[in-house]
Ligand binder design. Structure first.
Ligand SMILES: Cc1cc2nc3c(=O)[nH]c(=O)nc-3n(C[C@H](O)[C@H](O)[C@H](O)COP(=O)(O)OP(=O)(O)OC[C@H]3O[C@@H](n4cnc5c(N)ncnc54)[C@H](O)[C@@H]3O)c2cc1C
Length: 507
């Protein structure tokens, strides 16, 4: 508990787009009655107040009521539940497999195995919760293919398999070459290598978030939407959460505002906010069937640093996203984090490249969302300023669909003061947080220079041009979300996972 009173200030809430630009959230809301949760207009008392109605806040509320149905829990959401990254993401319940070499290097075999296995279990946990609470999040398994012509990437994949062997586990991958690869990716160049994942699980992200919010409402959690928290007052004998027209006095607070709390001094050096941007077609099923797209893996990715991820949904919606778009200066979430025409223009070019069969297909849906990228690439959980009444979870980096479900268990256990497998997992995640970002404005300016060089280099490669020497050099400084075992020690830029251009066009 802090000796001095402290006021934690949230930035003024500027409101999101209405109606939301995320196709997923539009779909989820269409399936609901118009009823929304009222804003907070009174002074309330609670055992736990949760700030943020994305997956982190929603899973935490759910795990808390499951553990102790008598708790009085209030959840405050600035917009509507699921309107942040949780209602906008691409819905892949990833595993920690690509991170295995880094886990092994930093935690040793035992620690790496514990984090990796916990990641695998999270998928089953999400599916079980959807079953228990009747959440129709449309969980589906899709096969996936990545192709690369870059030896360093292929060797990173092999290292991941070796790490899995070392820790006595296995990865859900198969490395393919030659004829085996051409069965899945007929146009892949002869010298390329593929990574085939027979079953990646996807869900409809906004339906999961909205379903969780219904589940906690039903369990008695007081949910207030359109209620942006302005301040959190921490005094020795008092915790008070302030909103424009109400307040909550409580015993514990859970900070679950993701990118919108990355400006707080505790997170500034550890988290950087970047956008991920997405485009999607309307359903174009007949065309997909005619083009034979259904015969090949439904998920397509390239393994550049600015990773494109995309897939063909069952109903014929084809979508694609790209990580590492807009960079937030000093963690300011500007309107470009809802929708950016600059990023979308580049993404449309990628879409045309990865899905050449769909030339001319319209992309009427486009949106973006903020990603809380931690230096290590792993989330972390803890007590703000050492105050055991104030908990947080942040830094999910692009694994939040899976890791927020762990976050819910972790934060609930921490709230209740219970030591368990979840607090042990939080300890391991904490041990991974050794990488720091530089302060502003160096961070922003440096990140822009590196990002722009990287974009030029990868576009040149995609278009069969030679990147300039300076772009090659500078882009080596970029952080990879797909690390190889060659990843550097704390603070040193990680080895770049590049694929060059030629292997990325699939099918
Ligand atoms: C385009 C995109 C694609 C992605 N793809 C994937 C993927 O395929 N797989 C994967 O694992 N992860 C993916 N992610 C990451 C994943 O979506 C996030 O890690 C996860 O949703 C984080 O959940 P959260 O609850 O912590 O944050 P959020 O969902 O962002 O929730 C935070 C909430 O806090 C609210 N809030 C903010 N300020 C306040 C305030 N002052 N008062 C009250 N409430 C406030 C916001 O409105 C928001 O609803 C992607 C992210 C994006 C943007």
């Amino acid at each position: 508990m802090p000796k001095k009173a402290r006021v934690v200030q949230f930035r003024p809430w500027r409101g999101l787009q209405a109606p939301p630009s995320s196709l997923w959230l539009q779909e989820a809301l269409r399936a609901e009655s118009a009823q929304r949760c009222d804003p907070l207009r009174t002074a309330e008392r609670a055992d736990v107040c949760i700030i943020g109605g994305g997956y982190t806040g929603l899973w935490t509320a759910l795990r808390l009521v499951e553990s102790d149905p008598g708790l009085r829990i209030v959840l405050l959401e600035a917009d509507i539940c699921g309107s942040g990254a949780s209602g906008r993401n691409s819905g892949a319940i990833g595993s920690m497999a690509p991170m295995l070499p880094r886990l092994q290097a930093r935690l040793g075999n035992q620690g790496a195995a514990a984090v990796y296995e916990a990641g695998m279990a999270a998928e089953r946990d999400i599916a079980a919760a959807c079953g228990t609470y009747g959440i129709d999040a449309n969980l589906q398994q899709t096969d996936h293919i990545w192709v690369t012509s870059e030896q360093s990437v292929a060797s990173g994949w092999r290292q991941t398999c070796e790490s899995a062997d070392d820790i006595g586990s296995s990865v859900p991958y198969r490395i393919l070459q030659g004829g085996d690869l051409h069965k899945y990716a007929p146009r892949a160049p002869a010298d390329s290598v593929g990574l085939y994942t027979p079953a990646t699980t996807y869900l409809q992200p906004a339906r999961l978030a909205r379903g969780l919010s219904k589940a906690i409402l039903k369990a008695g959690v007081a949910v207030h939407e359109r209620t942006p928290v302005t301040e959190l007052i921490l005094e020795q004998n008092l915790l008070r959460v302030l909103t424009p027209s109400g307040s909550v006095q409580c015993d514990k607070v859970v900070l679950a505002a993701n990118a919108w709390m990355a400006h707080l001094s505790e997170f500034r050096k550890l988290v950087m906010v970047l956008s991920s941007d997405m485009v999607a077609t309307n359903p174009i099923d007949a065309r997909i069937q005619n083009l034979g797209l259904r015969r090949f893996p439904r998920g397509r990715r390239n393994s550049r640093l600015m990773v494109n991820y995309g897939r063909v949904r069952d109903d014929g919606v084809v979508y694609m996203g790209r990580a590492g778009g807009t960079i937030a200066y000093d963690a300011h979430i500007t309107p470009s984090f809802d929708r950016s025409w600059t990023q979308t223009r580049e993404l449309v070019e990628d879409f045309r490249y990865l899905f050449p069969e769909l030339e001319g297909a319209e992309l009427p849906h486009w949106w973006a969302g903020p990603v809380d990228r931690s230096g290590s690439g792993f989330p972390f959980f803890g007590h703000l300023d050492g105050d055991d009444r104030v908990l947080f979870g942040i830094g999910y980096t692009g694994h939040g669909v899976m890791a927020t479900s762990q976050g819910g268990h972790i934060l609930a256990a921490m709230c209740l003061g219970r030591q368990s497998q979840w607090t042990e997992l939080a300890r391991l995640y904490g041990a991974l947080q050794t990488d720091r970002f530089p302060p502003e404005p160096i961070r922003y300016l440096g990140a822009r220079v590196v990002r722009n060089s990287l974009a030029r280099k990868e576009h040149a490669e995609r278009d069969n041009r030679n990147p300039t020497a300076i772009d090659r050099l500078i882009s080596k400084l970029a952080l990879s979300t797909l690390p190889t075992r060659a990843s550097g020690p704390a603070g040193v830029p990680l080895t770049v996972a590049r694929d060059g251009d030629r292997g990325t066009r699939l099918g």
